[in-house]
Design a protein around this ligand. Structure first.
Ligand SMILES: Cc1ncc(COP(=O)(O)O)c(C=O)c1O
Length: 366
């Protein structure tokens, strides 16, 4: 294990992830649950959380963004199904994916021919899910192409079409659009059945759809954000915390941080924290976000720097070198949510947790 001396850490509560996955699985049942662990499990640590989910039977399988992420799960000992949600390019990636028993996404006729060719060359069956474009506008083949892809692959003994899926763009905001996407999906699935497709795993729902749109659950749901507790009714798993490394008392007029973006309007007590945008605490939080020290909210003063951030601890008697500071998460009765930081930074809670950088050790607690 790497040496951890700097007190800036992301604590990941396994009990929260477990509880969130159980809630999603119960809500989705009888549909299966695919636990989306791409981008290092949205910053929470893919290998550790996949091991937990596999050991405790909390998910049918895992969703990753690319072959490298799938291979990392296999290297971590994960045996469950792993679906690569992205389009594969270069096409040589199919060889790596098939060798590691990753389920690949096929979103074009070109990719369908390439996966067939790779499976033939390896003499090993490839399993794929076809991705249908229904309105996300990212990757996916439209209905006529999906039918062609299916016809092409159905005749190939080296390739098993295991599923059909789509991605909902607005399940958290637009039920009508979601309904329209699902209508295209169901129509396409019905046509594939007419062409002889049997037993395809049909899936469309992300976390928001799983919770808000029962008809979207189909045979499987693919959940990420709610599993990490970043959705209403779920328990946040990540706490980003550090300890005060320096304290000073300043006079009125003192300037704080780069470009003097904060100037004290009175005598103040200021703490320096060893965390900054190099840890994923983004610079947009400068002068606006609050951190928790002694169970109280303390405002960030001046620009967040790469490795350090200053906060106002005037009147906070617990504020001393070594005292805990929570940048994201709960301390006592107070909490700073990823949504709160996202609103300040002009982004979404997904990005706040995913941006916690690799130099921040992840500490797993029960
Ligand atoms: C294809 C796909 N499915 C499922 C998910 C999971 O979405 P969420 O984190 O909103 O549950 C994602 C994440 O963006 C995705 O790209």
């Amino acid at each position: 294990m790497a040496l951890t001396l700097r007190p800036t850490v992301a604590e990941i509560r396994l009990s929260a992830v477990r509880g969130n996955l159980q809630k999603l699985a119960k809500t989705a049942a009888p549909a299966r649950l695919l636990f989306v662990v791409k981008a290092n499990a949205y910053g929470h640590g893919a290998a550790e959380l996949a091991r937990l989910a596999e050991a405790e039977g909390l998910a049918w399988g895992f969703g990753v963004s690319c072959v490298e992420e799938g291979l990392a799960l296999r290297a971590a000992g994960i045996k469950s199904p792993v679906l690569v949600l992205g389009s594969l390019y270069p096409f040589e990636s199919f060889v790596e994916a098939i060798n590691a028993d990753l389920i690949v996404t096929i979103a074009s006729l070109d990719a369908a021919r390439q996966v067939r060719e790779a499976a033939g060359r390896l003499g090993k069956q490839a399993v794929c899910h076809i991705k249908l474009e229904t309105g996300m506008g990212r990757i996916g083949a439209r209905k006529p192409s999906v039918l062609k892809i299916y016809d092409e692959l159905a005749l190939s003994p080296g390739v098993k079409v295991g599923g059909l899926y789509t991605h909902l763009s607005s399940a958290d905001s637009d039920p009508d659009y979601t309904g329209a996407q699902l209508a295209i999906f169901n129509e396409t699935a019905a046509e594939l059945e007419l062409r002889g497709a049997r037993g395809l795993l049909l899936h469309a729902a992300n976390s928001a759809a799983t919770m808000n749109c029962p008809v979207s659950r189909l045979d499987m749901v693919r959940c990420g954000i709610a599993a990490y507790g970043q959705a209403d009714g779920f328990e946040p798993a990540m706490t980003l915390k550090t300890r005060i490394v320096f304290i000073k008392n300043v006079r009125e007029g003192a300037c704080i941080s780069y470009n003097r973006s904060f100037r004290a309007d009175r005598a103040m007590k200021i703490a320096t924290l060893p965390a900054g945008y190099g840890d994923g605490y983004v610079r947009r939080l400068s002068n606006r976000a609050e951190v928790l020290i002694g169970g109280r909210r303390c405002r960030v003063l001046g620009n967040v720097t790469m490795d350090m951030t200053m906060v106002d601890v005037t009147g906070v008697k617990e504020a001393a070198v070594g005292a805990e500071a929570v940048l994201l998460g709960r301390q006592g009765a107070e909490s700073v949510t990823a949504r709160e930081l996202a609103d300040i930074a002009g982004t979404i809670n997904y990005e706040i947790v995913t941006l916690v950088t690799p130099r921040v050790p992840r500490i797993y607690t029960q």
